[in-house]
Ligand binder design. Structure first.
Ligand SMILES: [Zn+2]
Length: 431
């Protein structure tokens, strides 16, 4: 089937241009002015933004084992409604994704769902216990796009060294959750004035900075690739910038909560504001915005972390860490355009091109003739109050519930199939 998207503002890798776009058999076949050829279906995009399909490098799908929070299908529904065509899922499931069979399970279930592409991330160590390396190469051969003990750092500097030596051999990627657990010392919010006012136990901010330095220094010594997860401190931005300047193969990501929110959110004991790393301070927000502007930060991710309400509706100290994020990401990240930090080309680099390059995904991340037709249409003008209860996720623990947002994904196309259009989800083959 030949499908024509008319009058879209196409976000190319170097410019935005009003063009028609045609795709057929899962590939983009035409880009240009006033398409006059035949087509089986036409969508008038009416000047909305047409981006390469968004890719979230950091999602928690809780499947297998914790499906009461989320599963691959509900998480994928939430992803396509948020404009994502691919999401990479973290291995802290039950059991942990630490072997090839479980990587296959995720890929199989994702394919069955007929929704977005789910790219499994395997664990670095068996059971994420930090004692023994997992079967990294076997998992990679089965389709794991990266490795991480996310939720926790790789236990020891020595274990990280072993993992980086091993992944370097096949150009694999370690995604590092940077934290020195001895400095975290049982804390669960950012240490500072607001933690004191609320009487909540803080995490010394150096915990993240020391973890970041450790991991990048080891990657530098081995000339291996490393990706820093969810950067939240000014110190981590500065360290990443410094080592990038030295030619170290380090890339980094952040999430909207680290440049749009601060630890003031904890003053009302809203457990949806309990996340890890914790919400920081305004000086950190500013440093992260600058890191986004100057390219120190390569990718925007959600760290979508669904939890059952019973795990959140408890005392702050007992509540689980995390906020969902797939369906609020576009409305939050477009604020970077309003703030003048990036333009549409820059935003699409952060949400698609760079994640594709970092994860070595082929023929996606750009709108180009011959490339796979993974496409996200964003209406930049829609204004709405974000209602977490109306999301497709199984859990509704969003820090951003009730926020006024502008900009939303209105159409998501995967492999040339319109799976999401006008708030309606149509899995592959169910048309
Ligand atoms: Zn993490």
């Amino acid at each position: 089937m030949k499908v024509l998207l008319k009058n879209g503002n196409i976000v190319f890798s170097d410019k935005v241009q009003k063009n028609d776009l045609v795709f057929e058999n899962g590939r983009i076949t035409f880009l240009g002015k006033d398409y006059t050829g035949q087509s089986d279906k036409v969508f008038d995009i009416g000047g909305k933004m047409v981006l390469p399909g968004l890719i979230d490098m950091h999602t928690h799908l809780r499947d297998p084992g914790l499906e009461y929070k989320e599963d691959i299908i509900t998480g994928s529904r939430s992803a396509v409604a948020g404009g994502f065509t691919s999401i990479a899922c973290m291995p802290n499931t039950k059991p942990v994704l630490d072997n090839a069979a479980l990587i296959s399970y995720v890929k199989y279930k994702s394919k069955e769902s007929g929704l977005c592409k789910v790219l499994p991330i395997g664990s670095v160590t068996k059971g994420q216990k930090g004692e023994e390396l997992a079967e990294l190469r076997l998992m990679s051969e089965q389709g794991a796009v990266a490795f991480s003990d996310d939720g926790y750092p790789v236990s020891s500097a020595h274990m990280l060294r072993l993992a980086l030596e091993y992944t370097k051999d096949f150009d694999g990627l370690i995604i590092s959750h940077c934290e020195d657990r001895s400095l975290t010392d049982g804390g669960y919010v950012n240490e500072g004035k607001n933690a004191s006012l609320a009487g909540l136990k803080g995490i010394f901010r150096a915990s993240e900075d020391v973890g970041t330095a450790r991991d990048i220094i080891i990657a530098k010594a081995l000339d291996a690739r490393i990706h820093i997860a969810h950067v939240s401190t000014k110190g981590a931005v500065e360290l990443t910038r410094y080592f990038k300047g030295q030619g170290v193969k380090v890339t980094a990501e952040t999430c909207p909560q680290y440049f749009l929110a601060t630890d003031k959110e904890i003053l009302e004991y809203n457990t949806f504001a309990k996340i890890n790393p914790p919400l920081r301070e305004e000086s950190d927000n500013i440093a992260i915005l600058e890191g986004i502007r100057d390219g120190t930060i390569d990718a925007l991710v959600t760290d979508h972390a669904p939890h059952h309400i019973d795990e959140k509706r408890v005392d702050f100290s007992d509540a689980a860490f995390g906020s969902i994020g797939l369906e609020s990401a576009v409305g939050l990240n477009t604020r970077l355009i309003e703030k003048g930090m990036v333009d549409w080309v820059g935003l699409s680099k952060l949400m698609s091109y760079n994640p594709a390059r970092i994860l070595k995904l082929k023929e996606v991340g750009e709108i180009k003739t011959g490339y796979i037709a993974d496409i996200t249409v964003i209406d930049p003008d829609i204004q709405y109050t974000f209602d977490a209860k109306k999301t497709f996720s199984k859990s509704h623990n969003s820090l951003f519930d009730g926020w006024k947002l502008k900009g939303k994904a209105v159409m998501t196309i995967i492999d040339g199939q319109v799976v999401y259009n006008n708030a309606k989800i149509t899995p592959f083959g169910k048309e």
